[in-house]
Ligand binder design. Sequence first.
Ligand code: NAP
Length: 314
Amino acid sequence: MLTCPLGQSNLNITSIGIGTWAIGGMEGNWNWGPQDDQDSIAAIHKAVDLGINWIDTAPAYGKGHSEKVVGRAIQGLSKKPYIFTKNSLVWGKDKVIRNSLKAATIRKECEDSLKRLGVEALDLWQIHWPNPDPDIEEAWTEMATLQKEGKVRYIGVSNFSPAQMKRAMAIAPITSLQPPYSAIRRDIETDILPYCVKEKIGVLVYSPLQAGLLSGKMTIQRIQELPETDWRRKDANFQEPKLSKNLALQETFAKIAGNHGHQAGVAALAWVLRRAGVTGAILGVRNAKQVEELAPALDFRLGKNELEEIAKRF
Ligand SMILES: NC(=O)c1ccc[n+]([C@@H]2O[C@H](COP(=O)([O-])OP(=O)(O)OC[C@H]3O[C@@H](n4cnc5c(N)ncnc54)[C@H](OP(=O)(O)O)[C@@H]3O)[C@@H](O)[C@H]2O)c1
């Protein structure tokens, strides 16, 4: 299995990692409808069996539930994947999620994540959202201290602009950035990706299938049947006027991937991975079958003619 170093770290990661937002289930503020924990655990085990060597999670996914499920899944595994988690979205007794980058909450979050995941150190710990902006330096300083204490191996950021990354780098190196990127959402190509290449910051792109829209299995009927609690029902990409264009793009990926015996999502993942500077793509999954269907993306790459055919769709 081909692996690549994440930024300037010694974490050698596969081009696909497993995303566990939907696995958080119904407790979060943004949910994907009901999720069976046994399906989630089977998905993680399947991914590890197929050679995928990292998992991305966050406390905010199901208010701790996703991290707990990941912790249960990796217990007793002889070959443990790297565990990447996040901080800065916290909740109190009222269960409402709020942003905090204060040193004391950052330190507490580290202890809570270690406990839920059942690990001695977090392989990568990322600031989930840069809010409130003036507190970025406070959080990053505390994260660098926790790294020195050995609780965290590497520190990274998510949803940061180049200007925000520059401020953090004045305090301690950034191993990686986690931004959104898919054939439907391409804004990082302008400034963010070039900046990360220049600064040797690894890039783990999220929502590469645009929340399932480019998986190959999304249809108008499926969208109409999504549970009321699934956030995608209200998302503009799942509604007209954007939906028809998005489904047509899915069709293009389906045709190209189909020529190689794969599902559309394999080509959609290869499309984000074509770009120099993208170290890995985080693939959100809900069961082992989904992992199995898209795992060929670990090695599949698009040819020049195929990339040109996709470019005609933009
Ligand atoms: N840092 C951040 O702010 C941030 C934000 C968003 C996401 N993330 C991370 O990135 C990960 C990936 O992003 P994402 O989950 O939003 O979107 P995604 O990877 O683009 O899409 C994931 C969804 O696609 C569907 N899918 C997956 N495999 C499939 C298959 N073989 N066949 C058909 N459908 C399939 C599943 O939903 P259904 O089966 O329900 O359709 C799955 O939940 C997250 O899990 C999370 O770890 C981070």
